[in-house]
Design a protein around this ligand. Structure first.
Ligand code: NDP
Length: 404
């Protein structure tokens, strides 16, 4: 029987919800493009409830325990004295969400001698040292597409929020003011702007589709080109790499995975190629952008705004410069963890577990590493290597800040 360790974010500060803002969720039949939603044999949760926090347990306890497996759920994930690090040593399966990532570094993988499967309840498995997973024959799987549309909606919100200067204007109202000039002195329309995405996969192309009706001019760069018919339909211009795209854009949105090729991609040099006063929206991974270069570019005015929900490490230390830099619209990592998305990735996690225990193949599109190499979605979108370096800094959040 397997020991499963599941790392989830903390419950709300005022307790696990007993009621919700809405009743139920809209029913979706398929993802755009036809991929089916998760297909577990059953689920033991009500779609629309909070599943991603510790008490939600991704709705997995009954399923696992009734089959004789053991489940440990914890939010205590960082540092050598954490519950995660203690429980990892004899775990067969680790489940973690990118929002509150249980970093599986080479050192941790070396301690976890029984570890065979690392599931990302979400999308983006860069919190696992993929090279070490390959070397140790650990399977890494994620729930491809589960929250891609959720993130694309967030990207649109953030682009509009920055360009139209929403957050400072909202703050004037809360402060009791009516300071129209203060609000509009940094407020523009996106109509007519040039907007480009780095990565035109599931999220990036959903962003392009959602932007089209705003009468903007669209651009993208990706390792694989979109079909010609899609380029025509969206009226989107392809650029061979980010460096050749960013200079024409008023807004750049990053929608590529974090892997050695994209780590630190938006450094001082790349940002200097951008138009003065461009906006950058990054909901992909914090480490794709250089922490200090972003803060400096906002201070100097090279960037007019930066928004996103991804940081490195996560949780970000209280003194992380992105908390205090000017003209930012940062949130904690939430865009892919709406209640709507949670229902899908909890069901997808269960589907992966059912396949694992029954010896059935995990869907090809869910695989990142398998059989000692990049596989499935991982073989298409990632490059080999490790992007977890520096993740031990996440322990500083617990040590030095009070989240409540
Ligand atoms: P997809 O795999 O569908 O798309 C990723 C795209 O990025 C692919 O088209 C891929 O290219 C492209 N890409 C990879 N490397 C590069 C590169 N060096 N330069 C340009 N493009 C590149 O994934 P999704 O769109 O669903 O998700 C993308 C990322 O967004 C995830 O990996 C994750 O990091 C992040 N994410 C964030 C969430 C959040 O809550 N904030 C939630 C979900 C995802 P190709 O496949 O053609 O090689």
């Amino acid at each position: 029987m397997a020991k499963v360790v599941c790392v989830l974010y903390d419950d709300p500060v005022d307790g696990y919800p007993t009621k919700y803002a809405r009743d139920g969720l809209p029913k979706l039949d398929r993802y755009p493009g036809g991929q089916t939603l998760p297909t577990p044999k059953a689920i033991d949760f009500e779609p629309g409830v909070l599943l991603g926090s510790a008490s939600g347990e991704l709705g997995l306890r009954k399923f696992l325990e009734s089959a004789g497996h053991s489940l440990v759920v914890t939010s205590d994930k960082d540092g050598p004295a954490s519950i995660f690090e203690r429980e990892l040593v004899d775990a067969e399966i680790v489940i973690s969400q990118p929002f509150w990532p249980a970093y599986l570094t080479e050192e941790r993988i070396a301690k976890a001698s029984r570890l065979k499967l690392a599931i990302t309840a979400g999308i983006g498995s860069d919190h696992v040292d993929l090279q070490a997973a390959m070397d140790r024959g650990i399977t890494v799987a994620e729930v491809t597409y589960c929250n891609s549309i959720s993130v694309s909606e967030h990207v649109i919100m953030m682009i509009l929020g920055l360009v139209r200067n929403y957050i400072p204007s909202y703050q004037w109202v809360v402060k009791g003011g009516w300071n129209i000039a203060d609000c509009v002195a940094r407020s523009y329309d996106i109509e007519g702007m040039q907007i480009g995405t780095v990565g035109a996969g599931r999220i990036g192309s959903a962003v392009l589709r959602r932007l089209k009706p705003f009468d903007v001019k669209l651009h993208y760069t990706d390792r694989h080109r979109l079909p010609e018919a899609v380029e025509k339909e969206l009226g989107v211009t392809f650029h061979k790499d980010p460096a050749s795209m960013v200079g024409v854009c008023d807004v750049v949105t990053i929608n590529a995975p974090l892997h050695p090729e994209t780590e630190n991609l938006f450094d001082e040099t790349m940002i200097a190629r951008m138009k003065r006063g461009a906006y950058l929206v990054n909901t992909a991974r914090g480490k794709i952008c250089n922490r200090d270069a972003i803060a400096r570019a906002l201070e100097s005015g090279q960037l007019a705004g930066y928004a996103g929900d991804v940081w490195f490490p996560q949780p970000a230390p209280k003194d992380h410069p992105w908390r205090s830099m000017p003209h930012h619209g940062m949130t904690p990592h939430i865009s892919g963890s709406s209640l709507s998305a949670q229902a899908r990735y909890a069901a997808g996690t269960r589907e992966i577990l059912e396949c694992w225990f029954e010896g059935r193949p995990i869907r090809e599109e869910y695989l990142i590493v398998d059989g000692g190499k990049l596989a499935g979605a991982g073989a298409h979108s990632y490059s080999a290597g490790d992007a977890t370096r520096g993740s031990e800094e996440a322990a500083r959040f617990k040590a030095r800040s009070d989240p409540r």
